[in-house]
Write a protein that binds this ligand. Structure first.
Ligand code: MGD
Ligand code: MGD
Ligand code: MO
Length: 760
């Protein structure tokens, strides 16, 4: 693979012809020609299907091409003409398939038939759906519910997710971890403490009214490219965009909108970031403290001179709690610590603060670069502190904008997929369905991993996802996984998790969202929630990849009926026949969020769930928005300190969706033909005696008796802050200790793994 590797920094803008060319290649490789026309007709359109890729908001008046390069790739990947039918499994043992790459496994095509692992032949063999459900039900009946895990990746609809959480609770457990536990759980824990809501406060229309965007640790060009449409529009109004990111991500630099013929013809890009700060990994608390310090100084000066205040004193007095302690904390922080940890000079932080202070309304956008750290919650809360200083929450054009990952990850939590019982209206579920739901908190993802390694998890059901590739501590996890009694994987394509069988293992293939979901009352609609709390309907348009596929609601109902005693209040069959009835049930459980659910399916741009902080109602202990002091200046809490230790960022390429690897290219970073690379600053490389493009080994710097080491990476020079290196997820997950996570939310700290580097 390394022979084919090419690397040359990419100078072209994001979007533009590069993205059109890349799409052309993907359509033909996947044989997904039928999908191409639909992109213009149905993709993210009212009456069409919602993109399965990211959770970014869908506008009420969509572009004709309301899609991006990566959303289109995800659609082609789903609608491929390639298949992995029973004959494929007959020809390959599971041990053999374990030698295939993540790309090759999924690229072989859609799963077409329910399968069960047969240990004697080491192969997956087909079986009927009825047998699969009966055997799963029998196996689950023999387990203690506390030992069973119901995992959800964030793609399944609100309807499926609601049924899935109900299945788990009727069965007797709150073990409902989800991909969010590795992602924005930090947000879900940090925001309620600060502002009393677990989700972002902005709506799409706020971008039209904002005067400044701050961005921390999010890669817009790859992971939420349609957000570039909003950013481009506000740049045309000359609104400043201030970016903090250790890497120079092309998406934040320049964009050519493929939807604008004029711009495509001239290829004259829009400059997105007006100020770009390459903060050190885990240096954001320090950077934001520097900005806050500058604001306080200028406010002192303004007050002394009788000029207009820099702080929004009225907002702080009326709406917040803890400001005095916060300002003392910030005043006490010294610039030398701030500049050392952020890696940024004082003048840069003052320039960023100046732009912030000059803007009336500010939106702060962030992603995994803030959440996936040992003090990730402090990162998020410090960003809120910065917004609160100038009253930038709860008014038009201002607010906090966590950019969510999976297309329905936020919605799954809204309808009850949560291991924490205080997030779920258990009393209402108890009344609605006449049962006693379990009242103990379940396990989150990290706790599930601990329990798997300890041999305490006996059965694992996965509603989508690729758990073993996504979690930390890969080697111990794969070893322990095989000791479980039961693994049930509801999936669209084959992945590594399916190839580490438990004693009994089922692979249950399902429809994708763009496919027609025909049930007894006709084609069904499903719904999902975007990053801005707006709920959208989605209607499949394509013939299913195989006649043997069942929809996700049908599969969840099948497992439930085979496992649980009958309950007249839970009409699984009626629900499957007509998903509108599931939506009625959701509305009954969550009346505030889903008032008139079926009546509002086609509101253009989706209908927004109410968010109290958006209206400056603070559902916190203090009844106010809380200034909260960060516990340290460095978000890695000292883990990456010491001369030889580097902070490894594990991140996504432009050619993947999480563990789904579309190809080996990362066009926007100028890397082609290999994913086994480490991006490194040339000074760091030379200091460690590594040749340019030399082969290197990374070893985790942790004294816990476990050796975590991976060789075979190529070192590629990139403009990165000293001490910060970057490589791809999921390849690097074997290097992340399970205990290396955000302290409050247990989100794995995948963005600053302490490692040593050496020639290999
Ligand atoms: N095409 C595509 N779209 C996706 C996904 C995908 O894999 N492919 N995944 C989806 C999912 S589930 C999610 S959660 C989102 C993820 O989207 P992002 O939040 O963008 O996640 P990452 O790609 O992991 O990259 C995070 C960014 O943070 C920067 N960063 C790393 N450490 C730090 C730090 O300490 N400080 C700062 N300021 N920046 C830092 C990295 O350089 C990188 O640019 O995207 C979603 N959308
Ligand atoms: N080191 C490191 N680790 C990370 C991260 C990181 O940045 N760095 N990011 C974390 C984040 S943010 C996340 S969200 C997790 C992702 O973790 P997961 O959500 O568990 O992983 P995915 O790769 O999204 O899951 C892909 C699989 O889902 C199945 N699938 C796809 N579509 C559907 C569908 O419509 N229905 C069903 N039933 N199955 C489907 C396919 O079989 C596919 O193989 O990884 C986390 N792990
Ligand atoms: Mo995510």
């Amino acid at each position: 693979m390394t022979e084919r590797m090419r690397d040359k920094p990419y100078r072209q803008p994001t979007g533009g012809w590069g993205s059109i060319k890349s799409l052309g290649r993907h359509i033909s490789r996947q044989g997904a020609f039928r999908a191409a026309g639909a992109l213009f007709r149905d993709h993210n359109k009212t009456g069409g299907y919602m993109c399965t890729s990211c959770a970014w908001a869908k506008p009420g008046k969509p572009h004709m091409g309301e899609f991006c390069e990566n959303g289109a790739k995800a659609t082609f990947w789903d609608l491929t003409s390639r298949r992995s039918p029973p004959e494929f499994f007959a020809a390959h043992t599971v041990s053999e398939l374990r030698g295939w790459s993540d790309h090759d496994l999924e690229n072989h095509g859609r799963l077409t038939h329910p399968m069960r692992y047969d240990a004697a032949s080491d192969k997956y063999l087909p079986l009927s759906w009825a047998d699969a459900f009966a055997e799963i039900g029998a196996a689950l009946k023999g387990q203690d519910p506390d030992d069973v895990v119901f995992y959800a990746s964030g793609r399944a609809s609100l309807e499926t997710s609601y049924m899935y959480q109900l299945l788990a609770r009727l069965y007797g457990t709150n073990n409902l971890p989800d991909s969010s536990n590795m992602c924005h759980e930090t947000t879900s824990v940090a925001l309620p403490e600060s502002i009393g809501t677990p989700v972002g406060t902005i709506l799409l229309e706020d971008f039209a009214q904002t005067d400044c965007v701050l961005s921390f640790g999010q890669n817009v060009g790859t992971n939420s490219p349609r957000l570039l449409h909003e950013l481009q529009k506000l740049r045309q109004r000359d609104v400043p965009v201030v970016v903090f990111n250790p890497l120079r991500e092309r998406g934040w630099e320049e964009f050519v909108n493929p939807q604008h013929p004029g711009q495509m013809l001239t290829n004259r890009p829009t400059q997105i970031a007006t100020q770009y700060y390459q903060v050190s990994a885990a240096g954001d608390i320090a950077a934001m403290t520097g900005m806050a310090k500058a604001l306080l100084e200028w406010d002192d000066e303004a007050r002394a001179a009788g000029r207009e205040r820099i702080l929004d004193a009225d907002f702080i007095a009326r709406h917040t709690h803890g400001f005095d302690a916060f300002q003392q904390h910030v005043r006490a922080a010294d610039w030398s610590g701030i500049t050392a940890i952020s890696g940024l000079p004082r003048a840069s932080l003052e320039a960023a603060a100046r732009t912030y202070a000059c803007a009336r309304s500010v939106i702060a956008v962030y992603g995994m670069g803030l959440t996936q750290h040992r003090l990730g919650s402090d990162n998020v809360q410090m960003l809120i502190n910065l917004l609160l200083m100038r009253g930038n929450i709860g008014r038009p054009g201002a607010g906090i904008c966590p950019v969510r990952g999976h297309s329905n990850v936020q919605g799954q939590r809204t309808v009850g997929i949560a291991e924490k019982t205080d997030l779920v209206p258990l009393d209402r579920l108890a009344e609605q369905y006449g049962f006693q739901p379990p009242r103990e908190d379940g396990m989150n993802t990290v706790e599930v991993c601990e329990a798997v390694i300890a041999g305490k998890v006996r059965a694992f059901l996965g509603l989508g996802g690729n758990f073993l590739r996504a979690v930390p501590e890969r080697e111990l996890m794969e070893e322990a996984w095989a000791g479980m009694d039961l693994s049930v994987q509801i999936a669209t394509k084959l992945n590594r998790t399916h190839l580490v069988p438990a004693r009994i293992t089922f692979l249950l293939p399902t429809l994708v969202r763009s496919e027609i979901d025909e049930q007894a009352t006709g084609p069904q609609i499903v719904t999902m929630e975007d990053s801005t709390t707006c709920i959208h309907a989605s209607r499949g348009k394509f013939r299913p990849a195989s006649p043997d596929l069942l929809s996700e609601p049908r599969i969840v109902a099948g497992i439930a009926q085979a496992t649980l005693a009958g309950n007249p209040a839970v009409p699984w069959d009626d629900w499957v026949a007509d998903y509108a009835l599931i939506r009625d049930a959701i509305e009954a459980s969550f009346p505030d969020d889903f008032r008139d659910f079926n009546g509002r399916l086609d509101v253009p741009g989706g209908f927004a769930r109410p968010v109290a902080a958006r209206e400056r109602r603070w559902q916190t202990d203090s009844g106010k928005a809380n200034f909260l002091n960060p516990r340290a200046l460095s978000a890695d809490d000292g883990a990456g300190e010491g001369g030889e230790i580097l902070r490894l960022i594990t991140l996504r390429s432009n050619d993947q969706f999480n563990t789904t690897i579309y190809g080996d290219d990362d066009r926007l970073r100028g890397i082609h033909g290999s994913r086994m690379i480490v991006m490194i600053n040339p000074d760091d490389r030379i200091r460690h005696g590594i040749a340019s493009r030399g082969t290197v080994r990374l070893t985790t710097a942790a004294q816990d008796g476990v050796t975590r080491s991976m060789g075979g990476f190529r070192a590629i020079d990139r403009d990165l802050p000293p001490g910060t290196i970057a490589a791809y997820y999921p390849e690097c997950n074997a290097l992340i200790p399970l205990w290396h996570h955000d302290e409050k939310s247990k989100t794995p700290a995948a963005k600053s793994v302490p490692v040593r580097i050496a020639p290999d």
